[in-house]
Design a protein around this ligand. Sequence first.
Ligand code: PLP
Length: 415
Amino acid sequence: MEHIANIVTADLDVMQVRKDFPILQRQVHGKPLVYFDNGATTQKPQVVIDAEARYYEEYNSNVHRGVHHLSQIATDAYEKARRIVAGYINAAHEHEVIFTKGTTESINLVATTMSRGYLKAGDSVIISAMEHHANIVPWQIACEVSGATLKVIPINERGELIMEAYEAMLDDTVKMVAVTYVSNTLGTVNPVEDIITLAHQRNIPVLIDAAQAIQHLSIDVQALKPEFLAFSSHKIYGPTGFGVLYGTTEWLNKLPPYQGGGEMIKTVTFAKTTYNELPHKFEAGTPHIAGAIGLGVALEYLQGTGLDKIQRWEKQLQEYALESLRTIDGIRFIGDAANRSGAISFLVHNIHPFDMGELLDQQGIAVRTGHHCTEPLMDFFKIPGTVRASLTFYNTMEEVDKLVAGVKRAASMLL
Ligand code: PLP
């Protein structure tokens, strides 16, 4: 294992990378922090923290509406962030990048606007059995409002989508497919290329929930061709409360506005309002300006560090983690997909995940326990929750060793 560590360290200098993230230097309960809760939120590099602070210190001002100096600087910085995001996912046009509060709001935007005229009684929407609540509940509401039906792609025991079942579900009633790229609970990487191709053969639009994919995989929306793609800034080393909805020009023009207010209008009279063009049509109100700037800097930071180096290291780290965790007596992985990324969920004997999580916390190791906002998935596996370690590129093999030792120690205390 040391052999692998040496090779990889020569590729991505993880120790150097860790210095970029100030929080990774801190201690928790007197122990160096081992942060394996990256699926919930990632830590922020100093450059992102500085960029946010600089906005408030040097040019805090509202965007788009001012002719004064500061407003122009803020507007330029905000729109530069849109340009960076568009480049990062290779959107054909900057106006196809809509800024939102996060994945949840991005999905709600699409589901809500689709329920206002596009979805009708007799139609159906397809999601999958491994969706986060953020990609279930908005569609349930949209179906309730429109009279459409929700259909669910089943999964197998390994936590993989049953693609034959999906194909069989694609009939003339289906008006929308919304699936996650990577499962936040199982770590499964879904075959989204095939999901999109099959839907497109019937002219059905597809939304990809990329909340757990954007930080681990390269996404080119022009190659992948989803109609919509959603992700959150805070899961890709940017600020919280900010995110992205990518949509094709055609679909963003087709859908009605989501919220009314400033910025999204062209003209307003009491008789009639006309709407602004993209992207502003979907950005009512004052946005999270510092959030946009921070996300732009986070993406530039990743590009500067080297996406291929990051991805290679994450792959090796994940293989090492799976191999090492497998040595724990009584461990059961929840989700064992052939193609996986990010999250590793497990249970040990009959130990409750909360008890395991608490004992790990006392050792300075942060993992997430519970249902991970995927209650239907917990029902499928007939479990109350899991212990979830989600890894990212600033984690090390030494930290994996600490996790394994920590789980063994906790198990010996709890059994
Ligand atoms: N979708 C997936 C797959 C997620 O993992 C999450 C968050 O954990 C979300 C959606 C919701 O993201 P947010 O809370 O940032 O809106």
